[in-house]
Design a protein around this ligand. Structure first.
Ligand code: PAP
Length: 311
């Protein structure tokens, strides 16, 4: 197996464009996107070792766009008699593959021994996925969120996990500028979103494209759409309601495991994934100029794509 640690060397990273992320660690530009070194190693091991099955389901998202919610929703839909979420954080129920490969906590034998259908997640952009995922019948569900709320959510998250020792919060404006420039983990945000969007238009049976705001506005309609796409149509309104409640922010945030637990990698507190869970919190942080600036970038990037965001 090409292990995560065997590729690539630090010398190779030293030759890549790099950026000091949150005064904490470097992120590197690789094939057009920015990642920490461990994620690049994990991505390469994932690519060389993952063999997709036709009934795999891969959830995909950039950071802070609804990953935790989508993991919980799909866990409820695919496994709703066995409520794993009551005792496990959604990130342990549905694992993010490049992190597992980076930590060498998953190997090809574990993967091949898993019963079907397998449910996984990745933050990788479409272009970086293993060929076997792109070319097989396996399904992909992508979730995105309006860029302003995504940026604000990320600023809170990294303040919580990277600025623990009574440090001042990272300057909001700096993070805003990095986000707008696309220099952030798994960024540029718009390149990430647009490729999944265009693939979902080309192959709607392969890729389902969801928006955080639509899920908030019409949870019943979106949950039914998701369940049908996964080949698990829900029998009646009761089942739809069970999925909505089972994966809801209010329920998950208040579970003991998410109030006090920690993820095994990086000592990330589970509570860091449940902050506010609302649409429009950007209003409490952005100046009028900031909103105008990011809206203008959004308009330019999305022009002609048919995609839009609600904020
Ligand atoms: P990740 O990419 O690091 O896994 P992700 O789950 O995408 O993070 O983003 C976290 C955001 O989703 C948080 O948003 P906020 O900062 O604006 O509050 C978090 O509160 C929100 N979130 C987590 N779980 C749910 C849920 N079940 N329903 C709605 N929003 C949720």
């Amino acid at each position: 197996m090409a292990t995560a640690s065997s590729i690539p060397s630090q010398e190779l990273f030293d030759q890549l464009p790099k950026h000091l992320h949150w005064e904490a660690y470097n992120i590197y530009q690789w094939e057009g996107f920015w990642y920490p070194a461990a994620v690049i190693r994990g991505m390469l091991a994932f690519r060389s070792n993952y063999k997709a099955r036709c009934d795999d389901v891969i959830l995909a998202s950039s950071l802070k766009t609804g990953t935790t919610w989508l993991k919980a929703l799909c866990a409820c839909i695919m496994d709703y008699h066995d409520d794993q979420l009551s005792s496990k954080n959604p990130h342990l129920v549905v694992k993010t593959l490049e992190y597992e490969f980076a930590g060498e906590t998953l190997n090809p034998d574990d993967l091949s021994g898993m019963p079907s259908p397998r449910l996984f997640h990745t933050h990788l952009p479409y272009s970086a996925l293993p060929e076997s995922i792109k070319n097989s019948e396996s399904k992909i569900v992508y979730i995105t969120r309006n860029p302003s709320d995504t940026m604000v959510s990320g600023w809170h998250y990294f303040n919580k996990i990277l600025r623990r020792n009574n440090q001042d919060p990272y300057p909001f404006e700096k993070e805003y500028n990095n986000f707008c420039a696309g220099v952030h983990s798994y960024g540029p945000f718009f390149d990430h979103v647009l490729r999944y969007w265009s693939e979902s238009l080309k192959r709607p049976n392969k890729i389902l494209f969801l928006k955080y705001e639509e899920l908030k506005r019409d949870p019943k309609g979106q949950v039914k759409r998701l369940a049908s796409f996964l080949g698990r149509p829900l029998a009646g309104e009761d089942e739809v309601d069970k999925v909505i409640w089972g994966s809801s922010f209010e329920r998950l945030k208040n579970l003991e495991v998410n109030k006090n637990g920690e993820l095994p990698f990086g000592n990330v507190p589970n509570s860091a994934f449940f902050r506010l869970g609302k649409v429009g919190d950007w209003e409490n942080y952005f100046t009028a100029e900031m909103k105008q600036g990011l809206d203008e970038i959004t308009r330019m990037k999305l022009e002609g794509s048919g995609l839009d965001f609600e904020s």
